[in-house]
Each structure stands twice: as C-alpha cells, then as structure tokens.
Design a protein around this ligand. Structure first.
Ligand code: G3H
Ligand code: 13P
Ligand code: ZN
Length: 316
C-alpha cells in the first residue's frame, strides 16, 4: 500500500529510521518488497533522475504497482531522490509520488530557499511533501560534483531559517556522510554533536541522512576476489550508528551504494564460478534473495524491522 511519507514519519520520528532504498529495475524492486515484508518494515522506495532515464518513468511505475499487488502487506512511500525543479513538477503532476526531493543545495542559500519554496507550493497543493537539502555532502551526486575538501556540514541556525522560509517538510543535512563507496579517509563516523544541535533547534522535525551505505569490507573483498577492481580502502557509515541517529531525529536513511555492491558481488561470483553459463535469470534469482536478506538486515539496524503493525494501526 502506498502511503504518504508524512504518515511514515509521524510514527517513526525519534523511534526508528525509515530505510529509503533506490530502485532501477524489476529484480531490485522484487528483492526490496520481499525483504521489507520479510522483516515487517515500512519503507520508502526512491527513484532518482538516473533511474527514470534508465528504466523509463512508465516502466518503473508499472513495476512498482505490480510489486504492490504482489505484496499486499507492504506499506511504503514513493519518493523522487535528488530532483531538480522540473523533475519535481513532473512527479508532483503525475499523481504517483508521495514526496519529492528538491536538491538545490549547490545554489546560494537565497536561491535554495526560493527554489524549494516554489516546489513546496506546487507539492502541498496536491498533498505531496517535500524534502530539501542544506549543506554539502562530499562525493558525487549525479551531475553535481562536490569536492571533499568543500564538504560543509549543515549550519544549525541556517537550518532553522531554511525550514521556516522554505516550508519544506523534512531536511537532508550534511552530517559527515557522502555518496558512493569512498566516504571516509581518516575519521569514520557521524557528527553526532552536529545532529544534536540541529535537533535541538528543530525539535520534532524529520531529518534525512544521505550517503548512508556502510560499504562492508567483506563485500568489497569478495567483489575484488571475483575480478572487481574496487579500492580496498573503501569505507562507509557504521550501521551501528543508525539507532542513535534515529533517536536524534534522523527519520529517513538513504541507501543505494550497498545494494549495488550486492548486485556486483552476486553477478561477479556467479559468472566466475559458472563461466559456461549465460542464462541471466540464474544470478538474477540469487540476487533477488540476497537483496531481500540485505534489506531485512538494514531494517534491523534502522530499528524499522517489526514496525509494520504499528504503522498499519496508525493509518486507521
Ligand atoms: O544519491 C544518489 C543515488 O545513489 C542515486 O544514484 O543518480 O546514479 O541513480 P543515481
Ligand atoms: P549511498 O551512496 O551511501 O548509498 O547514498 C545513497 C543516497 O544518498 C541516495 O540519495
Ligand atoms: Zn543522496
């Protein structure tokens, strides 16, 4: 069942974080639904501009509607990840999305507020909520490259002004993470002091953590042993820090890279071990179950596992 992102946030805030997982194809979608139903967790399914281009808007929507029918117990929101203004309007007008993210964090503060405000007005008129971003994550967000040295943590006072003036419903904050597989060079850890300062000034307001993949060393090792060429120093977020972040108002946790690592590991190992094979459905089946198990594991760490019944009760 597709619900609004707000409905999930109301139950989750301060108690657990909702996993926001990107999808691009049928296998990922199938594994995502299976893993969430298996672990009894509500979730956010998110679609990037890249996914919309890769699979096609209609194809993605059809896959999601089929999965929804196939898994009647699933409770989820559909979200646009890292949208520009035009894509936000396309999604708002489509009637399919629960929420959109307008990512204007690379603009000046004034411009970011003005763009976000415009999107909020269009979205709220249709009952859709808006995620905005303030501060800069290191790493790469689609076509926007942010040098790691310029990575800026979100300023707590600016966050208050931004929320008040933009009218956004939740805020992606820069708290030490970055997108992709290479997040930390030296110190590895979330900036909890900064999260606390933001939460103190915005009590009850849902915060979003991007770049939350943990990039397990074992996964990187297996990929490399099966012919991959990842830098073995790749490092991500310690997933044992999710629970503390959730208690401080981090209500949505975005995970994409880790799922790509599962796909890469399964397929590399399969074709290494079965060089004679060319039926892609065999590794596809292995991937769907491995992805489902991966999602269930993440949900345990986010404390969203087992929360489906309390969310269902809150909808009545
Ligand atoms: O933060 C970006 C997400 O990982 C989506 O990646 O834009 O390559 O689909 P993508
Ligand atoms: P990762 O690259 O850490 O998976 O982050 C994904 C993300 O933030 C999607 O918006
Ligand atoms: Zn992101």
């Amino acid at each position: 069942m597709i619900v609004t992102t707000d409905q999930l946030f109301k139950v989750a805030y301060g108690q657990f974080a909702v996993g926001a997982y990107n999808i691009n194809n049928m296998e990922q979608t199938e594994g995502l639904f299976r893993g969430n139903v298996q672990s009894k967790a509500p979730f956010i399914l998110q679609i990037s501009k890249g996914a919309r281009k890769y699979a096609g808007v209609k194809m993605l929507e059809a896959i999601i509607r089929c999965a929804d029918a196939e898994y009647p117990d699933a409770i989820f929101a559909v979200h646009l990840d890292h949208g520009d203004e035009k894509t936000c309007y396309d999604c708002i007008d489509s009637g399919f999305y629960s929420s959109v993210m307008i990512d204007a964090s690379h603009e000046s503060l004034e411009e970011n507020i003005a763009i976000t405000r415009r999107v909020v007005e269009r979205a709220h008129a249709k009952g859709i909520s808006v995620e905005a971003e303030l501060g800069m994550l290191g790493g790469v967000e689609e076509d926007i490259a942010v040098d790691e040295d310029n990575a800026m943590l979100t300023d707590p006072d600016q966050a208050v002004e931004f929320v008040e003036r933009s009218g956004c419903d939740c805020l992606a904050v820069a708290i030490g993470t970055s997108h992709g597989a290479y997040k930390f060079k030296g110190r590895q850890g979330l900036h909890f002091k900064r999260i606390e300062e933001i939460q103190k000034r915005l009590p009850g307001f849902p915060l979003v953590m991007h770049g939350s993949s943990s990039v397990p060393a074992d996964e990187v090792r297996r990929i490399n042993e099966a012919g991959g060429g990842m830098d073995p120093s790749a490092k991500g977020v310690n997933e044992d820090e999710f629970a503390r972040a959730a208690s401080l108002g981090v209500t949505k946790v975005n995970i994409d890279t880790d799922g790509r690592l599962v796909w890469t590991r399964v397929h590399r190992e399969f074709f290494r071990d079965h060089p004679e094979q060319f039926d892609f459905r065999k590794p596809g089946e292995i991937f769907v179950q491995a992805y489902a198990d991966f999602i269930a594991h993440k949900n345990e760490k986010l404390l969203s596992a087992g929360k489906l019944d309390v969310v269902r009760a809150s909808l009545k």
